[in-house]
Design a protein. Structure first.
Length: 424
């Protein structure tokens, strides 16, 4: 007789989602026993949220607070409510957010939105909501921006999003295909959460040499060029820092603000950006798509913009407040990043920004300026770090993008050559 051999069964989607939930809570949120967790998610992500809640309690969470939203209802609000609804934040909502920060909760956001759910809405309402939220929830946003609370953004497959990414597939197949793509980007092989956590710890370490090299150069500016029309020089602050592979709170807790992440980033000088930059990928913003766009800067401000689609939404980003027209981030991602090589256009900034070098309009990062966590917003602004009620990343990386580091004495050092690191 011969022994019968059977192949081990592949883990089910439920098993992989459970492992994903564990990875999010343990590595992304770095949840500690006795700590609160605040989850913000679309109602489509309810199955994942339930798993996350259970994993959080298994790790000793004090309490898990969940706030669900629904895009269909949100669209109704934008279509039917008067402007004053968006100019004011209900006191209960402000207290919910601010109390989470006050209690030191870890803040988790699950991105599963339809990239076009809000297409065609009045962009003035978007601006009003952003301004009102930032003002009413200042305690909440300050806690995230100044390293007092852990925060993490992850993805969750949903029917509408999956249909956009894989329009050629039946809906149920598209949803599973998107889950597969998400799992790959977050280094989750099979259903082994412990192995994924270890992979993320190693991933964090992989950024160290590149960050150290960039910080040692003390560049005064970065000059971006490619054949698509990008010719932009971005000044850096005198005490800028490049970071990557996660973040650390003021209390020394290491966590991952974005899962996935492949970027090394810093905060530029808000007053020094000159030239034009051309987008390399569509930008999904608040349920609308912006495609094939360009921005022209002078003295750090956007002075001109164009887009083949979504120009009104792009303009609303730039006009959100007095400083949303300035840059708050420069981020370096090789063109052959794992996410780019997966061959999937996610129509989600969380994912697509990790497949491409990018910039961001809006608020800069306190942790990217030496001693920034110990400064006030006003002090940071005086040292060149932008302040704003928004932060919007847009992708500019191409296979021919060159980035040159410019030193104080005019010396030029290749940072990227044809989309790849130029110094390694």
């Amino acid at each position: 007789m011969t022994a019968e051999h059977t192949e081990p069964c592949a883990p089910s989607l439920d098993e992989r989602m459970r492992a994903y939930a564990r990875l999010i809570v343990e590595a992304g949120c770095a949840l500690e026993p006795g700590q609160d967790l605040f989850v913000r998610a679309n109602i489509e992500s309810a199955p994942l949220v339930r798993l996350i809640t259970q994993e959080a309690y298994d790790l000793g969470a004090h309490h898990v607070t969940v706030r669900f939203s629904d895009e269909t209802i949100e669209r109704m609000h934008y279509d039917h409510c008067a402007m004053d609804v968006f100019e004011n934040v209900p006191s209960w909502l402000a207290e919910l957010n601010n109390s989470m920060a006050r209690n030191g909760a870890a803040v988790l956001t699950i991105d599963s939105d339809d990239p076009e759910a809000m297409s065609g809405i009045d962009t003035r309402k978007l601006i009003a909501r952003a301004q009102a939220s930032h003002k009413a929830c200042k305690e909440f946003y300050d806690a995230l921006d100044f390293g007092r609370c852990v925060w993490c953004i992850v993805g969750g497959s949903s029917p509408a999003w999956a249909r956009k990414v894989f329009p050629e597939l039946p809906e149920h197949e598209a949803v599973e295909r998107l889950w597969d793509a998400i799992f790959k980007t977050v280094r989750l092989e099979g259903a082994d959460a412990a192995a994924a956590v270890e992979a993320w710890n190693k991933h964090r370490d992989s950024f160290a040499d590149r960050c150290a090299w960039l910080n040692a150069q003390r560049f005064d500016a970065l000059h971006y060029t490619n054949a698509h029309g990008t010719d932009l020089t971005v000044g850096l602050t005198d005490k800028h820092l490049f970071n990557g592979g996660g973040d650390t709170t003021v209390d020394g807790v290491t966590f991952f603000p974005n899962m996935p992440t492949e970027e090394i980033f810093s905060t530029p000088d808000r007053l020094r950006a000159e030239g034009t930059v051309v987008s390399a990928m569509p930008l999904a913003h608040n349920g609308s798509l912006i495609e094939n766009f360009s921005l022209t800067f002078k003295n750090g401000r956007v002075v001109d913009l164009h887009a083949e689609r979504g120009e009104d939404v792009l303009r609303s980003i730039v006009e959100t407040d007095e400083n949303s027209c300035r840059l708050g981030e420069v981020a370096l991602v090789p063109f052959d990043s794992p996410i780019r090589n997966a061959g999937v256009l996610f129509y989600s900034t969380l994912f697509d920004e990790n497949a491409s070098c990018h910039l961001a309009l809006g608020i800069g990062f306190a942790e990217c300026y030496e001693g920034g966590y110990d400064m006030s917003v006003e002090e940071l602004r005086e040292h060149g770090v932008n302040s704003s009620s928004t932060h919007v990343d847009f992708m500019i990386g191409t296979d021919d993008l060159n980035i040159t580091g410019v030193c104080d004495d005019g010396t030029e050092v290749p940072v990227f050559v044809n989309g790849q690191w130029g110094w390694e």
